[in-house]
Every structure is written in structure tokens, then in C-alpha cells.
Write a protein of this length. Structure first.
Length: 317
């Protein structure tokens, strides 16, 4: 039912269930898709919306709304619900739904208090919004569910996207209209960091490279060139992440966050929220009382990397 969604078996099973219920005259409940950035939330929601549009003979349109753009209740009522939803068959995708603010959350809470007839109503000043959830489907996407209104989250049906395997990342690469030598496919996939958006960016780089080289087959020698051009390291480690690993490797006793910030020029918050997150996910570094320390896996990564490049080259990359 969803051939354009790679992997996500559990997610597709749930979506297929709701589509079948909708076909039989039921409703798809207001649903929240939760996953880290670049994990395919918006893609999955759009594929669902496209299917609903197709199933309705093109009548059920869909719109993607960035929640940060909804500034007031008047905007929510007039420009979204009254203009796009009432008396229409439509799917609304509330993207970045953690950006919703009060009192907008309160309005949505009221509207999603659905009665036994799968309808709800809300009056704002002299404006009345009547929703029929058989015709109007409300979908939400957020990578920061902890920043959403807790009561609103509780009222939404929640679907959590799964992490992509390396094989699924390779499948994403093969969708494109060019040939990749099989020997390097998994190596390319391993640099995606388990993130669909990263793989899409990687495939675009490959496509542009092949256009520039006037080639249709991407081979190992091409991959080696592309890695040098964009500073692509094994497992998709970034240059600044590699710098942090080297700092910790040279100070096995541990390094404070402040010292890492001083050496790299990054702020403490940037290191905590961005730089060290992926390194911790790989179990390359750990936070201890003495500070950040490199693990045995992190040391092995550097040793393997030094087998092909001198440490001075790595740090100057």
C-alpha cells in the first residue's frame, strides 16, 4: 500500500489499518508522528495523504502547514479551518507541531474532543468551526515531542517511526536513476548515520558528481573522490566530531566540557546538543565524573582511520 516508504514495517502496518477503516466509513484519528529530524516523518505523512487523495478520486486535497506560522487563534480558525477544512474533504499536516503555542493548543484540544458521530465543533467570536473527521484528517509531525503541550499529545494517537537499517539506507540509494557499483553500496549507506535526510543529500551529491564527470556508473574510485571532496569519514562522522575524538584520545584521563569548547571554539550547548550526540550513540565517548572520555570503540575507530590517513591530515581536514 505504501511502496514509496522504505522500511518502517510497523508504521506501514498501522497506516494500512487506518486506511482500511477509513475505506469502510470510519475515521483516521488525529495522529502524531514522532521521530528524530530527517527520519521520514513528513515523507510518510505525505504518502498517506496522497493515498487518501487518490482513494477519494482526487477530492481529498492535502496541505502541509508549518506550525510556527500559526501565530494567533484567528489565523488558525480563519485561514486554516474555515478556509481549508469546513465542508471539505481534506488532510492537514501540522509540521513541526512542537512550535504550536497557547492558546492555539487549547483550541485544538477542544476540537479533538470528538463525539460518537466523529464530529466536533468550536466557536471563536462569531465564527463556528464544525469538523467531520471522516472528511477531515488531522496529522501531526514533531521531532521534539517533549516540547509539545502534554494534554494535546495525550489526545493524539501516536506513531513512532523506526530507525533505518543499513540495508534500508542502501535501498534508498538504489531508488535513484543511476548505477552504483555493488561493492560500495553498503559503504555509502553506512555514512548516512541512520538518517533518511542524510542519505537523500548523499544521493544528490552522487548525482551531481556523475553529471560533472559525464558518467552513469558510480564506482569505487568515484566514491573515494567524493569522500575527499566533501570530507566524508567512515560511519558519517563529521570533521568536528572527529576533532572531539582526537582531543579525547590525547587525554585519556578525561576532558571537561569547557575545555572541549575552548579547543574547538564551539559553545557548550552546541557540543551537548549536537556534536557529542552521535558519538554517544555509537558508544565512541562517555560522560564521566572526570569529564568526557573516549571508549575502546572510539579508539579502534581512530586506529582504523589512521591506517589510511595520518592524524595530522585528519585534524586539518
Amino acid at each position: 500500500m505504501f511502496p514509496q516508504i522504505i522500511g518502517q514495517k510497523s508504521v506501514k502496518t498501522q497506516l494500512e489499518f487506518f486506511v482500511n477503516v477509513w475505506r469502510a466509513g470510519g475515521v483516521i484519528p488525529p495522529t502524531l508522528f514522532s521521530a528524530p529530524k530527517g527520519s521520514g516523518k513528513s515523507h510518510s505523512l505525505i504518502e498517506l495523504s496522497r493515498l487518501l487523495k487518490k482513494e477519494s478520486g482526487g477530492e481529498k486535497q492535502f496541505y502541509v502547514v508549518n506550525c510556527a506560522s500559526i501565530k494567533t487563534v484567528d489565523m488558525l480558525i480563519e485561514q486554516l479551518f474555515l478556509k481549508l477544512c469546513v465542508d471539505k474533504k481534506v488532510t492537514i499536516i501540522f509540521d513541526e507541531s512542537h512550535a504550536l503555542k497557547e492558546p492555539i493548543n487549547a483550541v485544538l484540544l477542544s476540537l479533538f474532543n470528538i463525539n460518537n458521530s466523529n464530529r466536533s465543533s468550536y466557536q471563536h467570536n462569531d465564527m463556528i468551526v464544525d469538523l467531520n473527521f471522516k472528511d477531515q484528517t488531522m496529522l501531526f509531525a514533531s521531532s521534539k515531542i517533549n516540547q509539545m503541550d502534554e494534554a494535546l499529545v495525550d489526545r493524539l494517537f501516536k506513531i513512532e517511526l523506526e530507525f533505518y537499517s543499513q540495508e534500508e539506507m542502501a535501498e534508498m540509494i538504489l531508488i535513484n536513476e543511476y548505477n552504483i557499483h555493488h561493492d560500495i553500496l553498503m559503504d555509502i549507506a553506512s555514512t548516512g548515520r541512520g538518517n533518511a535526510r542524510n542519505i537523500i543529500a548523499r544521493t544528490r551529491s552522487i548525482s551531481q558528481y556523475l553529471i560533472g564527470e559525464k558518467k552513469t556508473l558510480f564506482e569505487k574510485s568515484d566514491w573515494e573522490k567524493l569522500k575527499k571532496i566533501f570530507g566524508i569519514y567512515p560511519l558519517g562522522i563529521s570533521p568536528i566530531e572527529l576533532k572531539v575524538l582526537e582531543i579525547l584520545d590525547s587525554h585519556p584521563e578525561g576532558v571537561t566540557l569547557s575545555k572541549i569548547a575552548a579547543i574547538t571554539g564551539l559553545t557548550r550547548s552546541t557540543i551537548q546538543q549536537d556534536t557529542e550526540h552521535y558519538l554517544m550513540k555509537l558508544d565512541f565517548i562517555r560522560v564521566t565524573i572526570a569529564g568526557r572520555k573516549i571508549t575502546a570503540l572510539g579508539q579502534k575507530y581512530l586506529q582504523d582511520l589512521r591506517g589510511t590517513r595520518h592524524p595530522a591530515e585528519i585534524l586539518s581536514a
